[in-house]
Design a binder for this molecule. Structure first.
Ligand SMILES: NC(=O)c1ccc[n+]([C@@H]2O[C@H](COP(=O)([O-])OP(=O)(O)OC[C@H]3O[C@@H](n4cnc5c(N)ncnc54)[C@H](OP(=O)(O)O)[C@@H]3O)[C@@H](O)[C@H]2O)c1
Length: 309
């Protein structure tokens, strides 16, 4: 496993994060196996959100399973996200909702603090002063150690930073070989002939690098918006051919190569994996041992359907 330290955030965290969005489908014993396997592979970072499962069921299942693993709470980083309220069909970053969401997460996770709290997708009606007041209250009560955001554009982060005094050092965004728009716009800059040049996030990657914000790449094996995985998917023959070639050379799985492609980027990102299959977790963690050359990285990028402008 590769480890990194988040500036003004948790130190020595694994480059691979275990996402828990799919945990509601598991029994308590199955969830314990997932957590223990991830931990044994070196993963010490677990990602949650209030909206994963009905009534935050992912957090509930995690806490039911955690005592079966024998892992100590202080040996893992627990992250949750709030503000995305599927049950009410709205996004809500009001002070009241942030505070009550964290209390709900702490109750479900059976812990007295979150190591990191991220604001999920932006509430279009958000008032940065209200977020600042909520973060102050959470910090003073010892309920949250570090703060960050998810799916936020640079100017939204700047707006928050004008009022929020805690450092915002994490931005969790979508990135996979197939969904690489976070990276594409820079390469195709000003090119009218392709959609790859469209700036969809206000240069979030460069902004995060400039401000030492750690990017956490969500859905690193998916195509589209939850289209499914591109691994072994006949819709992506060239990508799977190149993944298989490098996987064979490196003696790892194709999924590990796809994750290695994210970890190879100099932005020093974390990749949040979603599989609930212990064998897949073990396979994927080998990504940290894969040595992708500069040329390998571009070969994978081009195999995912891009071209050199
Ligand atoms: N901030 C946000 O807005 C946001 C949005 C979405 C997700 N997330 C976070 O990101 C995490 C990961 O999302 P995700 O589940 O979409 O990620 P993912 O790792 O890209 O996709 C996981 C899916 O890929 C499948 N898969 C197929 N072949 C695989 C292989 N060889 N190895 C591993 N997996 C394979 C898995 O199936 P098997 O289970 O059968 O292996 C699983 O269904 C979530 O748990 C959540 O924490 C954040």
């Amino acid at each position: 496993m590769k480890y990194l330290s988040i500036k003004n955030g948790p130190q020595n965290v694994s480059a691979v994060i275990q996402g828990c969005m799919r945990m509601p489908a598991l029994t308590r014993e199955e969830a314990a196996k997932v957590i223990r396997t991830a931990f044994d592979c070196g993963i010490n970072f677990f990602d949650h959100a209030t909206c994963y499962g009905e009534n935050g069921e992912a957090e509930t299942r995690f806490a039911e399973a955690f005592p079966l693993t024998g892992i100590r709470r202080e040996d893992i980083v627990l992250q949750s996200k709030c503000g995305l309220c599927f049950d009410r069909n709205e996004f809500d970053w009001t002070k009241e909702n942030i505070l009550s969401s964290v209390d709900d997460s702490l109750r479900r996770l059976k812990t007295d603090h979150l190591d990191t709290l991220l604001l999920h997708r932006p509430d279009l009606l958000f008032e940065p002063e209200a977020v600042a007041a909520a973060f102050d209250a959470l910090e003073q009560a010892g309920k949250v150690r570090f703060f960050g955001v998810s799916n936020l554009m640079p100017m939204q982060i700047e707006l928050l930073k004008k009022y929020v005094k805690q450092p915002l050092q994490i931005n969790q965004v979508q990135l996979s070989l197939e969904q690489s728009q976070l990276i594409d716009q820079a390469l195709y800059m000003n090119n009218k002939t392709t959609d790859f040049s469209v700036s969809r996030d206000g240069s979030a990657l460069d902004y995060c690098r400039l401000h030492d914000i750690t990017v956490q790449a969500w859905s690193p094996l998916q195509y589209g918006m939850f289209g499914g995985s591109f691994i072994d998917n006949p819709q992506f023959p060239e990508l799977n051919r190149v993944l298989a070639e490098i996987a064979e050379r490196e003696q790892v799985s194709k999924a590990a190569v796809a994750i290695a492609w994210i970890l190879r980027h100099p932005a020093n990102m974390q990749a949040i994996i979603g599989t609930m299959n212990p064998a897949h977790i073990t396979d994927i963690c080998a990504a940290c041992d894969v040595k992708l050359s500069h040329h390998d990285w571009y070969t994978l990028y081009l195999a995912s359907g891009k071209f050199l402008p």
